[in-house]
Write a protein that binds this ligand. Sequence first.
Ligand code: SF4
Length: 228
Amino acid sequence: MEHKKITGYKKEYEIKDHPKVKGLQIIEGKNNFPISWLNQQGYCEYQLYLEHIKGIEAGPTKAMTQGSRKHKELEDIFNKDATPAKFEDAVEESKTEAVMSREVFVTSPEYGIRGYIDEIWMKPDEIVIIDDKPGRTPYESTMNQVRAYCLAYKDMTGDERKIKAALRERGTDNLFWIEVFTPDIEKQIRFTIDRMLGLFDGTKPFKATKNPRKCRSCRFKDQCENAQ
Ligand code: SF4
């Protein structure tokens, strides 16, 4: 597969920071959140409230720091032999010749989501969107994250090729979960994304987990009134 480093996009959007929610943007007049927040939503929605609405800062966990370092190493290796390309050109070229890229930014003003795809394989007959994770367990939250990348990619490109979502054990070739992005899955992830948008526009409450084990390993436990 030809390696392409995505260096730009043909389409540009009007982007503003949300005045009250840290990290939330307003893109083309609609709230837009980073897809990685779905991970926190699956763990405990109250974390999102504490971090992005109350503005509490908790340092990264050891796993988060290690993950970022590994990401950077893999990206540097990839970039050594990758040729630069605009996103739209790489998508078009991949319809005749397979292209692979890393750290590809996708955004959907329509659905209110944005984020970086760890790795994407664009082949003439299918698209595979991969998110690297520590371990080999496909949690609902991590599956939702990669499903949201599929939705943003599909919305950005209108690509009619089959799209697959995959989770890979970080630092290995082991794709431990893979799923075709079907219309039913798309409906399901759009429902979850709407819930997230409802949390930030105040129409839905942030639910705190009732699982004490989650609270024990939570970065916010010392500042959380709902800690179990
Ligand atoms: S301490 Fe528990 S309830 Fe509070 S944010 Fe963390 S996981 Fe959620």
